[in-house]
Design a protein around this ligand. Sequence first.
Ligand code: B1M
Length: 214
Amino acid sequence: MSNDLGQIKDVIIGGKHKEIEDLVKAAIKKEEVSLDSIINDAMIAAMDIVGQKFADSEIFVPEMLVSAMTMKKGLNIIKPLLQGDASESKGTIIICTVKGDMHDIGKNLVTMMLEGAGFNVVDLGVDLSVEKVIEQVEQVRPEILGLSALLTTTMPEMKKVIEALEEKGLRNNVKVIIGGAPVDAAFAQKIGADGYGDDATEAVRQARRLIAEN
Ligand code: B1M
């Protein structure tokens, strides 16, 4: 791993939020460092280590929060570089993190990549109740609904949303893509989702596939 990526990773793990912006700006300028490697090999890899340290009780929620804030500041530097051509929308996608779940970094990354790929994304934020999601689907009429969950305890909310779409007669109007660390393709199939994204790139691929099939 290049020195730039190593430093970004260390700064996120250490929650040194004042240092992240300059490091990301410097890394972006280097030809040999790709945006993909900054996001995946440095930033997401750092959060995996943060998660492991938390699981091992080496750090606690406040430290995890500062690391998250540091990563977000870094992602904000990258965001403008991921913006695509907004002149012709590829379709509208509503995205949110499900009820009871405050994790939003993965969702935000997926949102950035979808926007970069030309989709019009309506980001509803975190902790969205089933009722609120349904209300927004009725109002916005998106082609796709994206749901993110990071906790095993909040994954069942995804199933509840799909059931509510069925009950309201909306299921045929909107495709559902799900993702998040504890979610997998088998779970997506089990709850009747139309697509599953292991990461942000796969979320974009799934969105393109579902729009093309529509
Ligand atoms: Co939390 N947390 N957290 N946390 N946190 C995890 C998820 C955990 C695995 C840590 C651990 O124990 N190792 C664990 C969950 C265990 C479990 O459920 N089995 C955990 C826990 C327990 C908790 C609390 C319960 C802790 C507590 O209070 N005791 C609490 C819950 C709060 C709540 O939500 N109600 C909590 C709180 C927090 C913070 C607020 C401190 C902070 C979140 C800040 C924020 O998001 N604004 C936080 C963080 C930072 C993490 C870890 C360390 C990192 C998450 C992250 O941002 N990863 C996480 C450990 C980990 O995941 N390694 C952990 C980077 C991000 C880019 O990846 O979100 O996976 P991810 O997104 C990926 C893919 O999953 C996918 O694409 C993204 C890009 O590749 N993806 C999609 C995501 N959504 C998608 C949607 C799609 C498609 C793909 O389609 C729509």
